[in-house]
Design a protein around this ligand. Structure first.
Ligand SMILES: C[S@@+](CC[C@H](N)C(=O)[O-])C[C@H]1O[C@@H](n2cnc3c(N)ncnc32)[C@H](O)[C@@H]1O
Length: 298
């Protein structure tokens, strides 16, 4: 399925782009935001786009093959390494940055890496296609971590009220046979939670899957590092726009902006986060938990 960009107009307006600007899109995904950033910066400006997913970057290169609206640099890297990547390319300053966190529809629908509980796939949940050697995977967490650590992450990152029961279910199941696929995990979760919980609108595996994915990819730390490192690179007047889909991500952004406000280096543009309209969530249910925050470097 095509990825529908979330809060597209709000994000682009929030960046307050001028012709000739150099803008970072830290999460290229399907390139929905990047395409509009390119149009706004024009031929004298530049888009620098990151995505840690090789497949997303391959698609990006195809999508932008004949794109001549701006200069662009598409980089297959984790945004937590942006300091090093920028140094390597001689980029010192930028005029704005966008972070549209989480997953794209492609990753849910087509990655084959176990991001979704709707398909039976190996439990990887990593963003690397080719080489997972030595990298933490969902399978390793599920088969090796102790019960308490499992319960802690499922509760801490997923906010899952039945985290302890699910953790126990995982430990019991793996004592018989290693857990290898998403459907095996879904079955364990279904067998662990009470019946009423299975008839809720939100699938009973949603929070556990989200929690494990966030741990596999160390997503909260990557965000903290990237915000810290991108801030000194922003020119004065440059905006940073972050769209998050998880309460803990939003809290990191809110606190980071607040600290910059108190140290006198930022003006916070969004007193409260911008959320999608009813019509956007109707047309694109995946947008429903999005929150957008904007700060401007002074
Ligand atoms: C929600 S999608 C972005 C969608 C995009 N704005 C669009 O309109 O098509 C998030 C993308 O960010 C990428 N991503 C998530 N965390 C990342 C990280 N730490 N570094 C680089 N890319 C990341 C994912 O691989 C995914 O493709």
């Amino acid at each position: 399925m095509e990825h529908i960009p979330v809060l597209l107009k709000e994000a682009i307006e929030g960046l307050n782009i001028s012709e000739g600007d150099r803008i970072l899109d830290a999460t290229f995904g399907g390139g929905g935001h990047s395409a509009l950033i390119c149009e706004a910066v024009g031929k004298n400006g530049k888009l620098i786009a990151f995505d840690q997913d090789e497949a997303a970057m391959s698609r990006a290169k195809i999508r932008f093959k004949d794109f001549d609206k701006c200069k662009f640099d598409l980089i297959n890297a984790n945004f937590r390494d942006l300091d090093e990547v920028f140094r390597g390319r001689g980029v010192k300053k930028i005029d704005g940055a966008l972070f549209d966190l989480g997953l794209s529809s492609f990753q849910l629908d087509e990655s084959g890496r176990g991001f979704t509980f709707q398909k039976d796939e190996p439990l990887k949940m990593t963003f690397h296609n080719s080489d997972d050697n030595g990298k933490l995977t969902a399978e390793e967490i599920l088969n090796r971590w102790d019960e308490e650590s499992l319960a802690d992450i499922i509760y801490g990152y997923g906010g899952e009220q039945f985290s302890r029961r699910i953790a126990l279910g995982i430990v019991v199941a793996r004592s018989k046979k290693s857990i290898k696929t998403t459907f095996e995990l879904v079955k364990i979760i279904e067998d662990s939670v009470p019946n009423f919980y299975k008839s809720k609108k939100l699938h009973c595996a949603t929070k556990t899957f989200q929690a494990i994915r966030m741990v596999v990819n160390d997503e909260l730390e990557a965000l903290r590092v990237a915000l810290r490192d991108v801030w000194p690179m922003l020119n004065s007047g440059a905006r940073i726009v972050v769209i998050s889909f998880h309460e803990l991500e939003d809290r990191i952004v809110k606190l980071f902006f607040r600290e910059r406000k108190f140290d006198g280096s930022a003006q916070v543009i969004t007193k409260k986060p911008i959320i999608p309209s009813k019509s956007e969530t109707f047309l694109n249910p995946r947008s429903r938990s999005a929150k957008l925050r904007i700060a401007q470097k002074i």
